[in-house]
Ligand binder design. Structure first.
Ligand SMILES: C[S@@+](CC[C@H](N)C(=O)[O-])C[C@H]1O[C@@H](n2cnc3c(N)ncnc32)[C@H](O)[C@@H]1O
Length: 324
């Protein structure tokens, strides 16, 4: 059990944090070597042992990122408080930068669009038309002006990526989440901030800017489970709109592969356009069609058809050659 947790933290350090956050890379390796940390994590339910959850809880309880000998001390002295946060919170990182990899797909869909996000967190990815974009100097300003400074999503786009000339027309939008977060609740906003990796100041800045947008143009988000409650939400979409259902970094939290596959089957038979932006292990049946797997990237698919590899925080998009 502890050896599996150690392997998970080592993998996080070497695959997810490497090149992205030196602080989390070191912290994860330190957790993997610490018998005290591993014993602490093994006492938690399996779905509460994730590195991102532990690190955000450490920050929220200690007000700091305890490295070196301070890590074991924090677990020893404040372990109960850290565990309490890890039991009542989940990894709900809301990364509006992911809109930069979704927009090239959304903009190709004939509208008007009814946009539904499953696993919406605070709903920041439901507002792509309120943000500006910069794909390597190719810029698109927001199509909606609401009196606050819109964040600009910066993204590396490979040649051949169909960069949009205009925003899609979104006439209705709604989110679904096990636990919707509220951009007007200070505790929820602080938790979203703790989930941003420490060196990522520009991500923190754009999170704050996107929250300011969402406070002005709040998308509706209902509480529910994507494995059960989506058909009822799809039924509410206006009949004149093309229904588009998307998710990013969500289905990975559905632990059972059978449930993931049942969700994929439901989406393919739903009549909606289905956009998935997930890690490559989530739907191996689609990743297999995309060529050699890119372990540190997400796979963007439309109705199960691979379109692009994407940076997990929306920082890059590499359009697959066969889609050009
Ligand atoms: C890592 S966050 C991603 C949020 C957002 N999609 C983004 O990319 O910024 C994952 C979200 O999925 C939600 N989630 C996980 N499992 C879910 C389920 N079975 N049904 C609905 N939401 C779920 C979590 O509550 C969380 O808000």
């Amino acid at each position: 059990m502890t050896s599996e947790i150690a392997a998970r933290y080592t993998r996080f350090a070497q695959v997810e944090a490497a090149g992205q956050s030196l602080i989390y890379e070191r912290l994860a390796l330190q957790v993997a070597r610490s018998p005290r940390c591993l014993a602490f994590l093994s006492a938690l339910p399996a779905d509460r042992q994730q590195p991102n959850l532990l690190f955000a809880a450490l920050r929220s309880v200690t007000g700091d990122i305890p490295c070196d000998d301070r890590l074991d001390r924090a677990i020893h002295e404040q372990g109960d408080d850290i565990a309490a946060v890890m039991l009542c919170r989940t990894t709900q990182t809301n990364e509006p930068g992911r809109c930069a990899v979704l927009l090239p797909v959304l903009a190709q869909i004939t509208g008007p669009i009814a946009l539904i996000e499953v696993g919406a967190s605070a709903g920041l990815c439901l507002l792509p038309d309120y943000y500006g974009y910069d794909w390597e100097g190719y810029q698109l300003p927001p199509s909606q002006q609401i009196g606050v400074r819109a964040p600009v999503m910066i993204c590396n786009a490979s040649p051949g990526t169909p960069l949009p000339r205009a925003h899609p027309e979104i006439i209705w939008r709604a989110g679904l989440d096990l636990n919707p977060l509220d951009v007007n609740c200070e505790a929820d906003v602080r938790w979203l901030e703790h989930l941003i990796w420490p060196e990522h100041q520009s991500r923190l800045d754009r999170l704050r800017a996107a929250i300011a947008v969402a406070r002005k143009a709040p998308p509706s988000i209902v509480a529910g489970d994507l494995t059960q409650d989506l058909p009822a939400l799809i039924a509410k979409a206006p009949s004149e709109a093309t229904v588009v259902v998307f998710h990013t970094a969500v289905v990975t939290y559905v632990a059972d592969q059978g449930q993931r596959d049942a969700f994929a089957e439901m989406m393919l038979n739903s009549g909606a356009i289905w956009i998935s932006n997930e890690g490559t292990r989530v739907f191996p049946q689609f990743a297999d069609r995309a060529g050699p797997v890119r372990d540190n990237m997400f796979l963007l698919t439309q109705n199960g058809h691979p379109l692009a590899w994407t940076g997990p925080h929306g920082q890059a998009i590499e359009w697959l050659p066969e889609n050009r």
